[in-house]
Design a protein around this ligand. Structure first.
Ligand code: NAP
Length: 266
């Protein structure tokens, strides 16, 4: 049995992780932390009481900590896990390249702990990103549209940023010879109409509405044709197979692992 603790246990994702860990035969939910709900019971059948302080993870001998919080808290939680030698699986989004460099140094250093950081634990979304990499060299342009529920705090989504990063990495291999077509816009009538723009010129558009969960579209275009890859997470349970896979495998993945690809072998 792997002893699991959950940061953000009273949040939307944290609750789903608590229930999934409690229901898994090979995992045991032994601790849960969330300053928003100390004293409440964690979701699922574990009977674990949510604590305000992460010291409870040490008392409960947590082997793998799962973090679905906010990026400021997640940074601190991951530093603390490294210091305590507790493996970490983190789905919180909003980490910068500098954060990733720090985590790579931290988890590749003297700690025995490893970390899996994934902007999207949905297996369908991971496959979507691989498909986008495959398409990247073959089209003139690409834009990304991400659509999320109305309580999401960061924009654009971590998945859209990761998708753009990967498209660019494939596209710009060889020193930028395959730069994207220039933006034709001469006059922006409504500020922000063209969305955010990556350094290499990929536009990202964020939609926030009640009724949505997490949706991504990668739209490629060339002369006379377009190709749209779309992925929809319609329930938070879609993230659980990926989260539980990472929980089971993190102890055997030295240092920092970004994304689920290497765990899925794609
Ligand atoms: P949420 O409902 O707001 O839950 C976050 C919870 O973490 C809240 O209860 C929050 O409390 C709590 N929290 C804040 N600081 C904490 C700390 N230091 N220690 C422990 N708990 C703390 O958000 P969500 O929808 O679950 O999403 C959480 C994160 O996961 C977001 O970054 C989201 O983008 C990401 N996400 C990732 C994936 C993926 O597959 N990787 C999928 C879905 C969502 P307060 O409300 O008091 O701040």
């Amino acid at each position: 049995m792997i002893r699991v603790g959950v940061f953000g246990a009273a949040g939307r994702m944290g609750e789903t992780v608590c229930a999934a860990a409690a229901a898994a035969d090979d995992l045991e939910l032994v601790a849960a932390v969330d300053p928003a709900a100390p004293g409440a019971r964690a979701a699922g059948s574990s009977g674990v009481e949510i604590a305000a302080q992460r010291a409870t993870f040490v008392e409960a001998a947590v082997e793998v900590a799962v973090d679905f919080t906010v990026v400021g808290a997640a940074r601190e939680n991951l530093r603390w896990c490294a210091a305590e030698g507790i493996h970490a699986v983190c789905g919180t989004t909003g980490f910068t390249e500098e954060d990733r460099a720090e985590l790579a140094a931290l988890f590749g250093g003297s700690t025995p702990a490893n970390c899996v950081l994934a902007p999207n634990f949905s297996i369908g979304a991971v496959v979507m990103m691989r498909c986008a990499e495959l398409c990247a060299p073959h089209f003139e342009g690409v834009e990304v549209i991400e659509l999320h529920h109305d309580r999401k705090r960061d924009a654009p989504s971590g998945t859209s940023l990761e998708t753009v990063r990967r498209i660019e990495a494939v596209r710009l291999q060889g020193g930028g010879a395959r730069a994207f077509a220039a933006d034709p816009t001469e006059q922006v009538v409504l500020e922000g109409a063209r969305g955010g723009r990556s350094e290499a010129g990929v536009h990202v558009h964020s939609v926030r509405l009640p009724g949505l969960v997490a949706h991504h579209e990668v739209v490629f275009g060339s002369m006379g044709e377009s190709l749209t890859i779309r992925h929809d997470s319609i329930d938070r349970v879609s993230f659980m197979p990926g989260v539980l896979l990472a929980v089971r495998r993190v102890a055997g993945m030295p240092g920092l692992t970004v994304g689920l690809e290497s765990l899925l072998g794609i």
